[in-house]
Design a protein around this ligand. Structure first.
Ligand code: MTE
Ligand code: HPA
Ligand code: MOS
Length: 777
């Protein structure tokens, strides 16, 4: 069926600003999360005993008092794992429980299953553990000095960047450090496992990755994949933190259920979750750029280093994505990107919205500001002058950029938010105000869409049409609040031209759609939307062929409309009536659908290829005010113009853009992970770890979805992925804060401001700028 043409006569199921299918249930508290499910009889509750040392040999692990404690049903250690003691996604370096050596504070050492959670927790406290401390590596610098890595350093090259920089009329260099970030999903890690016949397991897990949960439970238990069924109705947020790390806890519950033959539940409380689970990677980036008098780059070099934690987890792909985004939206002309991946005795860092992309982009945005201030130009002009054009310029990884709309977006946004006049106003305001200073910045985002691990770019779906005309929809993606289910249901409703209420959204299950990828890389609707459309079209084709035969018309003359199915010029029969007739004539009304992204390829050994099917773009302008006496700061206004192609659902997309931006703002301003000298995370609760609150939302927040947006590639209804890209719009806040700090010395020196730009860092940066510029207050 064509997407347009007879559009006015069709149900506008796609492109409509429909509410999230669970919106009312979320607000009313009626949406069921795993801990809300009725508890099965005989349920055991699990508590995990954690390592208290960052790096140590286990000399003695005496759990006899734990076993003897009241209400304890079983205690689990490495010795109890019947299969492979490894819950790693790829590298085989992540034990479920350590055998001889602990590698970070908070590492699961053993688990206790008891009649109640308080009993499990009390019993765990009776463990006697003796350690022999080994030297821990806690920081990027310490790991680098010790040569401790998860993989050898990677290099990406375009031309000869070092020579280009040396030959350029101007050159600048600097260094920028960024902290990590806790996912702070509202629902922490949780799983419930119910054992069945023959050792089979039914697992409810809050996971973005049901298939990997299934596979790793089977592997740790030494059973076949077909014995494990994983089900996910929804998560209370994932943000990447449940792409791999949820598996560990589901696997512990599965082991307890298998050992005892009883149902078992595990739910980490907030403090344990924050200490035990991996986060966004902290990075330190050295940058160097060469440019001409107009501020146009001749070449750029980046040396990235990240703290990966004790195991590889997804760090290889995350650091690759950081390299892919070192250019952000700018044509570097010549580039050298080096990436070091450091192994440390900290929790294993993992996927987090943007997947390394945000960290990758930070240095080039700092460089843009530095170039502008050095040349006495407006940073917006320097940014505009360096954007990829439309002539297919090369990225450092050899992909041609043919879809760049960054120039259009930034120009439109600069106009609509009054950037030029506000730049003057900020300058005038700063001249008049001694202690408070304003900053303004407009930055772009260009984000590559596709899993960079090629095989993950596939998806499946399952659609049943029942004889009353209602439709059951299942697909491989998981719902974490991002609105994937409503979007995919819209796609199916559109195909059959039935109201959205005719389509039942159902829980993701590994026995309905197998071998799925994690819902990640923002590709949930791109992949699963296409797979569901494929399934729906298979059934439609069967119904059309049946109708053609029944009524003696060509199959092409059978058209699905909101009034029913039109059979050429003969008649229109109700959808339900047609379905019933088809059933009695033995037409199958159930189909599996499948999709794989075309055209992408990547040669990782050379770091060359086309890893991304397309790019998603956006731009944001942020205005901030800082107090130079205290470092306190506030974002006073934000304007966003974001490209989602032809939106599948503008209401859901607007929520993703706003939420992503605010989450990014938290990363860059207030959320600080502080580890003490022993490697203990000291900010493991909202009392000390500050995520944005309603009060941090800028008073003026103008958000627009780019109306002319349309994916040039044949994605689902020409939409674009939206989950991650908006997070990086928050780099405008960081840049505006840097601008405000630089203003105390009229931009004569480049601030040394790292992320997160907490009040303390801002204050220190202000004083440092004044000192270096020889200014006295
Ligand atoms: N939005 C909400 N509300 N909750 C989440 O956990 N995760 C983000 C993003 N938006 C997330 C979210 C991340 S990290 C990704 S990769 C995408 O959603 C995944 O969903 P999608 O591919 O369907 O966009
Ligand atoms: N993004 C998110 N998750 C992933 C990716 C990616 O590119 N590759 C593997 N897991
Ligand atoms: Mo998102 S970090 O790809 O789960």
């Amino acid at each position: 069926m064509p997407d347009s043409g007879a559009a006015s006569k069709l149900y506008a199921a796609v492109h409509a600003p429909l509410a999230h299918d669970s919106a009312e249930k979320h607000v009313a508290g009626e949406a069921l999360y795993i801990d809300d499910l009725p508890e099965p009889t005989g349920l055991l509750h699990l508590h995990v005993g954690q390592s208290t040392r960052a790096h140590a040999g286990i000399v003695r692990l005496d759990l006899s008092a734990v076993r003897a404690a009241p209400g304890v049903a079983c205690v689990l250690t490495a010795a109890d794992v019947p299969g492979k003691n490894d819950i790693s996604p790829i590298m085989g370096d992540d034990p479920m429980f350590p055998e001889a050596v602990v590698r970070f504070i908070g590492q699961p050492l053993f688990a206790v299953a008891a009649e109640t959670l308080p009993k499990a927790r009390a019993a765990a406290a009776l463990a006697i553990v003796e350690y022999e401390d080994l030297p821990p590596l806690l920081t990027i610098e310490a790991a680098q000095a010790a040569g401790s890595t998860i993989e050898h350093s990677q290099v990406m090259r375009l031309g000869d960047a070092r020579a280009a920089i040396a030959a350029a009329p101007h050159a600048l260099s600097g260094e920028l450090a960024m902290g990590g970030q806790d996912h702070f999903y509202l629902e922490g890690q949780v799983a419930l496992v119910v054992p069945g016949e023959d050792g089979d397991l039914h697992v409810w897990s809050s996971t973005q990755n049901p298939t990997e949960t299934q596979h790793l439970i089977a592997r740790t238990l030494g059973i076949r994949d077909h014995a494990v069924l994983v089900e996910v109705r929804r998560m209370g947020g994932g943000f990447g933190g449940k792409e791999t790390q949820s598996v560990h806890y589901a696997a512990i519950a599965a082991l307890a259920a298998t050992k005892t033959g009883r149902p078992a539940k595990i739910r980490l409380d907030r403090d344990d979750d924050m200490v035990m689970t991996g986060k966004r990677h902290a990075f330190r980036t050295r940058w160097a750029v060469g440019f001409d008098a107009a501020g146009v780059l001749r070449g750029a070099a980046f040396e990235l280093a990240s703290r990966c934690g004790h195991s590889a987890d997804l760090s290889i792909a995350i650091n690759d994505r950081a390299m892919f985004h070192s250019d952000n939206a700018y044509c570097l002309q010549a580039a050298e990107i080096v990436s070091h991946r450091l192994r440390t005795n900290t929790v294993s860092d993992t996927a987090f919205r943007g997947f390394g992309g945000p960290q990758g982009m930070m240095a080039i945005e700092r460089a843009m500001d530095a170039i502008a201030w050095t040349l006495g130009k407006d940073p917006l002009d320097v940014r505009l002058a360096n954007l990829y054009g439309v002539s297919g310029e090369l990225t450092p990884y050899g992909q041609r950029v043919t879809d760049s709309i960054a120039l259009e977006l930034m120009t439109e946004l600069a106009e609509s938010c009054g950037y030029r006049a506000r730049r003057q106003a900020v300058r005038a305001w700063n001249a008049e105000n001694r202690w408070l200073k304003r900053g303004l910045s407009l930055t772009p985002v260009k984000f590559g869409i596709s899993f960079t691990a090629n095989h993950l770019n596939q998806a499946g779906a399952l659609v049943h049409v029942y004889t009353d005309g209602s439709i059951h929809l299942n697909h491989g993606g998981t719902e974490m609040g991002q609105g994937l289910n409503v979007k995919v249901a819209q796609v199916v409703a559109h195909e059959f031209q039935v109201p959205l209420s005719a389509v039942k959204i159902s829980a993701t299950r590994t026995d309905k759609v197998p071998n799925t990828s994690a819902t990640a890389a923002s590709s949930g609707s791109d992949l699963n939307g296409m797979a569901a459309q494929d399934a729906a079209r298979t059934i439609k084709d069967r119904l059309a062929a049946f109708s053609a035969q029944e009524f003696g018309v060509a199959a092409e003359q059978v058209v699905f409309t909101p009034d029913g199915v039109r059979i050429g010029d003969l008649e229109t029969i109700g959808f339900t009536e047609l379905v019933r007739r088809a059933y009695f004539n033995r037409v199958s009304l159930s189909a599996a659908g499948y999709y794989r992204t075309p055209e992408i390829h990547y040669d990782r050994a050379r770091h060359q290829g086309r890893p991304f099917y397309y790019f998603a773009y956006g731009a944001a302008c942020s205005e901030v005010v800082i107090d130079t006496l205290t470092g306190e700061n506030k974002v006073v206004r934000v304007d966003i113009l974001h490209d989602v192609g032809r939106s599948l659902n503008p209401a859901v997309d607007a929520g993703q853009i706003e939420g992503g931006f605010i989450q990014g703002m938290g990363w860059l301003t207030t959320e600080e992970l502080v580890f003490d000298a022993a490697g203990r995370l000291t900010t493991h609760a909202p009392s000390t770890y500050k995520i944005p609150t309603a009060g941090d939302r800028p008073d003026v927040f103008n958000l627009a979805i780019w109306e002319r947006g349309e994916n040039r590639e044949a994605t689902i209804h020409r939409s674009k992925a939206v989950g991650e890209p908006p997070l990086m719009l928050a780099i405008s806040v960081f840049s505006a804060l840097t601008d405000a700090v630089a203003s105390v010395a009229d931009h004569a020196v480049l601030p040394d401001l790292d992320a997160p730009a907490t009040p303390e860092r801002i204050l220190r940066a202000v004083e440092d700028v004044r000192r270096r510029a020889g200014r006295h207050v």
